[in-house]
Design a protein around this ligand. Structure first.
Ligand SMILES: Nc1nc2c(c(=O)[nH]1)N[C@H]1C(S)=C(S)[C@@H](COP(=O)(O)O)O[C@H]1N2
Ligand SMILES: [Mo]
Length: 317
């Protein structure tokens, strides 16, 4: 699909840096509610970069209004840079997305450590506009830039005994200040880990994103490479991946390890199964005034429901 990249935008459409910075300060000071209203202003034509999709959506793209660039890149979860939504945008500049290596190991034909650019060689980059739903109850529509995870799986040739794929984020206190114990008061057990069943990893919707809005980066969205699984809650989308392991057993993910009563392996978006602290029936779409119903599998049931036939989704949450 076609996306108007920041490069192509007429200069009169672009927010001056100072206005942009002030908007950031404003978002930072006032938190979630103002992200919503600021995004609303953007949508109604306030001067800011109109980096939006043009026509020609592909078969997996949603035609819903895309969340403005500054909310996509200014309101993030990335605990390696702090637990507040504005902190990744403030601190992620210390991450160095190149040179970057990805260790590939486990049940795979050729276990080895790849330079990222060699790993990416031969893939065709594309844009995918997906609904994204965080378990905390907010959602966005994000135009991701990257390639199908199925292409990566095919290139790496897992053995038939591989039933799951496990992915890890970088551990480096120097690049990721949130990993310093006590720096932000609260830390996870690093590295951040996520996993998928092999059929989920090969599903045509599953995407490896290098960036958003038609280009690589920015760091706070998981540069240089992160997972995107639009029918699962946001936390499945492990960022800044340095290791991909093909394994036989279901991997324990970070949030399961943190609190297995609240977070499971599957994490499929399901309005009928509530998180112990948050109802999942409705969601706040960033940029909209009124909440909306959350859809089964985040609206992607036609592409993914068959993978879970016969499974009790209350048990496998
Ligand atoms: N390494 C790492 N990956 C992560 C997280 C994190 O804290 N660390 N947060 C997750 C959560 S909870 C969400 S909602 C998404 C947010 O992605 P975005 O900031 O690009 O919208 O990233 C996921 N990936
Ligand atoms: Mo999330």
């Amino acid at each position: 699909m076609l996306i108007k990249k920041p490069d192509d935008v007429r200069s009169s459409e672009i927010t001056p840096e100072s206005v942009y910075r002030n908007r950031r300060e404003f978002l930072r000071a006032a938190g979630f509610a103002s992200v919503v209203s600021a995004a609303g202003l953007g949508a109604s034509g306030c001067a800011e970069a109109e980096v939006r999709a043009a026509s020609q959506l592909g078969p997996y793209d949603t035609d819903e209004e895309q969340t403005p660039y500054e909310a996509v890149t200014g309101y993030n979860n990335f605990y390696e840079f702090g637990t507040n939504k504005d902190e990744p945008a403030r601190y992620a500049h210390t991450l160095r997305p190149r040179p970057w290596t990805v260790q590939v190991d486990g049940l795979v034909r050729d276990p080895k450590t790849w330079d990222l650019d060699d790993l990416l060689a031969g893939f065709t980059m594309e844009d995918r506009v997906y609904r994204m739903r965080c378990v905390e109850g907010w959602s966005m529509v994000i135009p991701w830039y990257g390639f199908a995870m199925a292409d990566l799986v095919n290139k790496l040739e897992p053995l038939p005994s591989a039933r799951y794929v496990r992915m890890e984020t970088l551990v480096d206190e120097e690049q990721m200040p949130g990993q310093r114990r006590g720096f932000f008061g609260y830390t996870l057990d690093w590295p951040y880990v996520e996993g998928l069943r092999m059929d989920e990893a090969r599903n045509p919707l599953t995407f490896m994103a290098l960036g958003v809005y038609g280009r690589e980066g920015p760091n706070q969205n998981g540069a240089p490479i992160r997972l995107v699984v639009p029918w699962k809650y946001g936390f499945k989308g492990v960022k800044s991946i340095v290791r991909i392991s093909f394994v036989g057993d279901e991997p324990l993910n970070t949030w399961q390890q943190e609190n297995s009563r609240e977070y499971g392996f599957y994490a499929n978006v399901n309005p009928d199964v509530d998180h112990p602290r948050w109802s999942q029936a409705r969601e706040e779409r960033i940029g909209e005034l009124f909440s909306r119903d959350t859809l089964m599998f985040n609206g992607y049931a036609e592409h993914v429901a068959h993978m879970y036939e016969g499974m009790d989704l209350r048990q496998f949450y």
